[in-house]
Design a binder for this molecule. Structure first.
Ligand SMILES: C[S@@+](CC[C@H](N)C(=O)[O-])C[C@H]1O[C@@H](n2cnc3c(N)ncnc32)[C@H](O)[C@@H]1O
Length: 251
């Protein structure tokens, strides 16, 4: 299985219960829609739509929304809210410049060719239209990542996230003028470290590159718990998400 097939496979497996588990993703989609409201008129494309968190909020507004995702079971869920095309976001099956806006929440980080993906998204947007993005950037999941790195190299690894500076450059290179950008630090609480680690699988976010990673033993999890230093007053284990929100205009 290549990386794209593995990503599709994992999101298909997570699709049925995704909406129930993906609370952080739901909140981020809401925040992105709130920021994007002035730019959501006309034909809008939601890239990497998942089960349709964006469509849930904007499909009744004054626009025509099309959704796109590569995982068939995500597409089945999303079509309850608005039409869906099941396709790879790096090669979108639409006439160039057919959309007034492209919106995407928590999907671009799955690309192994993000420059191509930003270029492809820009190609879909009319001149003067908008690209509206929310994606995790570097610093995300750093605490659990460091804790895992202190174990043997055969265990799961947290992937690296692009920096916002790098995304800024890709925007410029693709003739996209950033008109608003912010980075929010969001903490997601879990009652135990085991719950926190399980959450990756529940939202389809597993390690995509190492096919034969060794599962953590109970002792290793206990050791990690004792080292984990990002907790709230209740003692919950926190995941740290650094989410960049962009609104960019196609030049
Ligand atoms: C974390 S989910 C986010 C879904 C939704 N936007 C949300 O906010 O809940 C990432 C989505 O991107 C999709 N995805 C990943 N790689 C893709 C690709 N190459 N082409 C199309 N969709 C892709 C996955 O299938 C998954 O539904």
């Amino acid at each position: 299985m290549d990386i794209k097939q593995k990503i599709r496979h994992d999101f298909n497996r997570a699709a049925k219960d995704y909406s129930r588990h993906a609370q952080i993703q739901r909140n981020i989609a809401k925040d992105l829609v709130a920021l994007s409201l002035p730019y959501l008129g006309g034909n809008i494309l939601d890239v990497g739509c998942g089960t349709g968190f964006i469509a849930e909020q904007i499909s009744n507004q004054n626009n025509r929304l099309i959704q796109l995702d590569s995982a068939e079971i995500m597409c089945q869920q999303a079509q309850k809210h608005a039409p869906v095309i099941c396709a790879d976001m790096h090669a979108m099956p639409f006439v160039p410049a057919s959309f007034d806006g492209v919106i995407s929440s928590m999907a671009f980080q799955w690309s192994d060719a993000i420059n191509q993906l930003i270029a492809e998204s820009k190609r879909m947007v009319k001149k003067g239209g908008y690209l509206m993005l929310a994606l995790p950037v570097d610093g995300t999941l750093s605490v659990v990542g460091n804790a895992l790195n202190n174990l043997t190299p055969d265990h799961i690894r947290i992937r690296n996230f692009n920096s916002d500076k790098f995304i800024d450059k890709l925007m410029i290179n693709n003739d996209l003028k950033v008109i608003s950008k912010k980075i929010d630090l969001i903490y997601e609480p879990f009652a135990s470290l085991l719950e926190l680690l399980k959450s990756f699988r529940q939202v389809g976010a597993q390690n995509k590159s190492d096919s034969d990673v060794i599962p953590l033993t109970r002792r290793e999890i206990q050791w990690m718990e004792s080292q984990y230093n990002l907790k709230n007053e209740k003692g919950d284990f926190l995941l740290d998400w650094h989410i960049a929100f962009y609104i960019a205009e196609a030049m």
